[in-house]
Design a protein around this ligand. Structure first.
Ligand code: AMP
Length: 422
């Protein structure tokens, strides 16, 4: 019989990678908490209309990439393709704007998009999301970008750059839309079929097109940054001033529009040259009208999402990564009494906080030592019937290949001192 494979574009995260995932997730939690953020977890499945209303009908995500299905009652549900709309839904639903003072949230979890899988692009992927509601000060925009950069720096990713743009407010957008449309319509015959649709539905989206002929046309297109109103321009200048005060380096990229419709004013992306075609590690921006569009209070919002898989790919490549020292102790048990006593000893050591594994099967000393080695154990405790009757065990330092006898009574302090040193 053919073994069953995982769904295309949906990956297992195997134990050897978990240390990296946890390292990044724990660092994110620690840093976000330092900045006053609280964790929130929302369901993976939402009503489809949350995303069609939230993300925008004429976006790639909503048009092509959502995992949408009907449940047994015929309701249209969708596996979340992003987290912002869900977090806003939860915020409104639980009336957090009146019942709590919480404004800053983070969420770590899986997202689903039906894209063509390739390195760094998957159908189930994981994001670290940050969202702040109710504050439209440029100071916050700068701090949010600083936070994303700080996190990446603290986990050891230095070769990333921050690109920023201003997409203006809905008013700037209306007049720019016409200007851009007029420009693009001159080249209508050369634009790809997708952009031919976008020109009418949502011309800004053409900036995201990867087709070479469209890229060429867009390289000379007017940029929204040159058409934003005075108030948006002031906001953008202040954001830049605060970034400078925080010593955050950035590049202004007038062609970066982000793939979702809800962004206004500040938009940003963090990119790297080390990921090939999928060069964005993360991105975000301001979405001041979204909460109101989703039926909530008219509160501004800003946030970002970082892609975990891309972070892990970069971390794996980064020679600077410090792996945690292995702290595992492996019990090698030789003889019937040793197996019974060793089993109890293993539980005792675990209750003391040590990481302990043992050979459950009755195997030769050589074969048990081989397992200890393969598992990368730091220490082995070799317990034989003869030693037990003298109240001692053999302790082997697997890194230094040295072995000595220790009284069972002394085992815990001895192990603690060795493992604390390493
Ligand atoms: P977005 O929500 O599209 O702004 O994406 C934010 C970040 O999530 C991107 O910069 C990527 O790092 C990550 N990301 C988005 N889509 C995918 C995907 N299909 N596979 C892996 N990572 C993704």
């Amino acid at each position: 019989m053919q073994p069953i494979q995982s769904v295309k574009g949906m990956n297992d995260i195997l134990p050897e990678e978990i240390a990296l995932w946890r390292f990044a997730e724990e660092k994110a939690r620690e840093i976000f908490q330092r900045f006053g953020y609280s964790e929130i977890r929302t369901p993976i499945v939402e009503k489809t209309e949350l995303f069609t209303r939230g993300i925008g009908e004429a976006t790639d995500i909503v048009e092509k990439e959502m995992y949408t299905f009907q449940d047994k009652k015929g309701r249209s549900l969708t596996l979340r393709p992003e987290a912002t709309a869900s977090i806003i839904r939860a915020y409104i639903q639980h009336q957090m704007h009146v019942k709590s003072h919480q404004k800053k949230f983070y969420l770590i979890g899986p997202m689903f998009r039906h894209e063509r899988p390739q390195k760094g692009r998957y159908r189930q992927f994981h994001q670290i999301n940050v969202e702040v509601f109710g504050i439209d000060e440029p100071m916050l925009d700068a701090e949010v970008m600083f936070l994303a950069c700080l996190f990446l720096r603290e986990i050891g990713l230095k070769e990333v750059s921050l690109e920023i743009n201003s997409l203006g407010c809905p008013n700037c957008r209306i007049s720019f839309r016409e200007i851009l449309q007029e420009y693009l319509l001159q080249y209508q015959e050369s634009l790809c079929p997708d952009c031919n649709r976008r020109v009418y539905k949502n011309p800004l989206r053409c900036f995201d097109c990867k087709a070479p002929q469209c890229k060429e046309i867009l390289s000379n297109a007017p940029l929204i940054l040159d058409f934003i109103c005075d108030s948006c321009n002031r906001h953008f200048q202040e954001v830049q001033n605060f970034l400078r005060e925080l010593n955050v380096e950035f590049i202004i990229n007038g062609r970066m529009v982000r793939g979702l419709d809800y962004y206004v004013k500040t938009a940003f992306e963090i990119v790297t040259e080390h990921l090939g075609a999928q060069n964005a590690v993360g991105g975000g921006g301001r979405y001041d009208g979204l909460m109101k569009d989703l039926g909530g209070p008219d509160l501004p919002g800003i946030g970002f999402a970082l892609g975990m898989e891309r972070i892990i790919l970069l971390l794996k490549d980064s020679a600077k990564l410090q792996q945690d020292n292995n702290q595992m102790i492996y019990c090698v048990l030789l003889g019937d009494r040793a197996r019974a006593e060793g089993f109890k000893l293993a539980q005792k050591l675990r209750s003391e906080g040590f990481i302990v594994d043992l050979s459950y099967e009755d195997r030769s000393a050589k074969s048990q030592m081989r397992t200890a080695n393969k598992m990368g154990a730091r220490m082995a405790i070799i317990i034989g019937d003869d030693e037990l009757s003298q109240g001692v065990v053999q302790l082997r330092d697997m890194h230094r290949s040295s072995q000595w006898v220790v009284e069972i009574e002394e085992l815990v302090p001895e192990l603690r001192s060795i493992l604390n040193e390493s």
